[in-house]
Design a protein around this ligand. Structure first.
Ligand SMILES: Nc1ncnc2c1ncn2[C@@H]1O[C@H](COP(=O)(O)OP(=O)(O)OP(=O)(O)O)[C@@H](O)[C@H]1O
Ligand SMILES: [Mg+2]
Length: 232
């Protein structure tokens, strides 16, 4: 089954002479449980694609279906609710709330949704990410790698079926980055989640089931080769 499908996805920014065509008729399909890495040079349209897939921005034309639901037919409120329930975001600048401790940050989206967090599940994620001793700490007292792991825990806590990550290892040293990446992969395998991850990092891309390259807003090449066989 498809988790995600884009059809002719096109995004322009600005108008007239300053018009930028950030995405040009992108057709991308991602299956349930698949781990896809998006690669491409700076300015090629990767973040734009991820934002549209996550319903954070509206396309100029084209469609995005997540679990067969057409995102662009939803109004803003429907989209916000759908996003909170189905999609977990991991951004490079962690977006943690400074006055909330680690545990509170992780369960915030669940509570915003008016739900009660599944404590056992949240504790399992926290343990898997090695954050037990930091549950009560404020983000400002954590290292960059730890903050990134909190952001990942928060993305996973609501059990989203789709995880969208924009350079999740971009601010980390290579060893911590590799650890975080393996954790994302392991947790998503354990819980059957689908991952779309932007990365500049070759090693990170190799961890994926498939690599999609974006050039000038278009999909340049696809491969179904698994880790190891594909050169960037
Ligand atoms: N809000 C915006 N307004 C105008 N132009 C934008 C906006 N956001 C992105 N762009 C332009 O759209 C194009 C694609 O940008 P995007 O952020 O998707 O690239 P990217 O592949 O994520 O790059 P990077 O690897 O540097 O993060 C670029 O030319 C960029 O300058
Ligand atoms: Mg980007």
């Amino acid at each position: 089954m498809d988790m995600l499908r884009t059809e002719g996805l096109t995004k322009h920014y600005g108008s007239g002479e300053r018009r930028v065509q950030a995405l040009d008729r992108v057709d991308l399909t991602v299956k349930k449980g698949e781990f896809v890495a998006i690669v491409g040079t700076s300015g090629s349209g990767k973040s734009t694609l991820l934002h549209l897939i996550g319903g954070l921005d509206r396309a100029t034309s084209g469609r995005v279906y997540v679990e067969d639901r057409d995102l662009f037919t939803m109004d803003d409120e429907e989209l916000t609710i759908f996003r909170r329930r189905c999609i977990g975001f991991v951004f490079q600048n962690y977006n943690l709330i400074p006055v909330l401790n680690v545990y509170e940050n992780i369960v915030l989206p669940i509570e915003l949704d008016g739900e009660v967090p599944d404590r056992a599940y949240v504790d399992e994620i926290i343990a898997t990410l090695g954050l037990e001793s930091k549950k009560e700490s404020l983000p400002s007292n954590l290292s960059g790698g730890q903050q990134q792991r909190v952001a990942i825990a928060r993305a996973l806590a609501a059990k989203p079926s789709l995880i969208l990550a924009d350079e999740p290892t971009g601010n980390l040293d290579s060893r911590t980055g590799q650890e975080v990446l393996l954790l994302i992969k392991r947790i998503s395998e354990e819980f059957g989640q689908t991952i779309v991850m932007i990365t500049h990092n070759d090693e990170a891309a190799q961890a994926a089931d498939r690599i999609v390259r974006i050039e000038d807003g278009r999909i340049a090449e696809r491969t179904n080769e698994g880790s190891g066989g594909f050169r960037i």
